[in-house]
Design a protein around this ligand. Sequence first.
Ligand code: GLN
Length: 488
Amino acid sequence: MNHLTKLTVYEAHKMLMSREVTSLELTRAHLERIEEVEPKVCALITRTGELALKQAAEADRRIEKGEAGPLTGIPGIIKDVICTRGVPTTCGSRMLENFIPPYNAAVMEKLNSAGMVMLGKANMDEFAMGSSNENSAFFPTRNPWDLERVPGGSSGGSAASVAAREGMFSLGSDTGGSIRLPASFCNLVGLKPTYGRVSRYGLVAFASSLDQIGPFARNVTDAALVFSVIAGFDERDSTSVKAEVPDFTRSLNGDIRGMKIGVPAEYFVEGMQPGVKQAVEDSIKKLEDLGAVVDRNVSLPSTPYSLAVYYILAPSEASANLARYDGVKYGYSYTDSQNMWEVMEKTRQIGFGAEVKRRIMLGTYALSAGYYDAYYLKAQKVRTLICREFTQAFSKYDALVAPTSPGVAFKIGEKTEDPLQMYLTDVCTLPINIAGIPAISIPGGFSGGMPVGLQIMAKPFDEETLFRLAYAHEQVTGWHNKTAEISR
Ligand code: GLN
């Protein structure tokens, strides 16, 4: 049975179609695998085994009737920031520990109608604030490549579960790197789609102008298959864009001859680990060998301001979004007092963890009268500069290539004492959310035995280019085939 958890989504789909396997068998194999590795990896907050078996039986009936699509009967895992009707959605927080959404997020509606099987909800940094999963109110998730290390965050549970073969794919959310960073730390493919490409309806809001949902998978084809299902316009999300959703698997042909690629110098930051730099340079060389035209002298001069811009804008938006957790409308409520103000205060004091409180304070400060112009407004202006530089770059290049992070996965506890060090792990991913463009992180080699991520960026709504380059790279390097020892 265990071997079934080694299949890719695409392989499993073909076997389901040819009746070599049933969805019930696939699902049972994954549930067993979860039993086996979950005590070590700790990727899941909620397991939904019973629901999964029901969905698998239903998927098998659909397959029998010839009504199956590429995800029908495929077991996957959902980040616990995405609302699932009737299934707890905690957001990694005490505040929502007992919250059971009465509705499904738009992406869940799509996955359910595609016939996916949901195995569980993945652990995450509280309200998606973090880079290591150590901000989860419940427990830290461990990196399957080295259980002493973090899986990255905030979608660490989504990444670890797929790398440990607990699920065949997963969904995460990315506000400043939360899909790409864990993908790079766990040797996975992780896509942050164009802002507006995937509906945010039913995604618990962190920073609304930056948040996007995207897939994790063990190869590019699988990521394209999942993305094809969740992408598309939704009128319930006012920032959703009416753009055509092409068949993303079409760009998986390995032909990248003549494609123009820029390498922005600013992403090779000071303090970058030499092994990571080497792996990324080797990867770029591979793309060149395949016929891409690489310009290594690209400059996006505003890049270094991204960290400052992000840590003004994201907390500002978060402070507004999290105001709804007042002990009345949602989630946890402190009940040992008759005084309304005390109830509100204690609710937030007990319900939120330290990082969430820090962000609310930062954001409230930046938005307050007297500081708004100096911080929030200034950050918005610099945001425009960052966007412009990308627009200019994409008038010359089809894609930009850079590291996903300056380092490999770090040790649990290594950066928890120093928030600034933690924030710095995202220097290479933040500009992408600020500009709203799409980017993918793919396996880019190894440094000291730990996976390195290669990040590819493209212009808005050009995820096809990302998939094209990613697939070509994957075919020649085969890095994605390397698995953590626990997964062999
Ligand atoms: N690590 C970044 C933060 O803490 C990004 C998180 C995210 O993308 N959700 O805000």
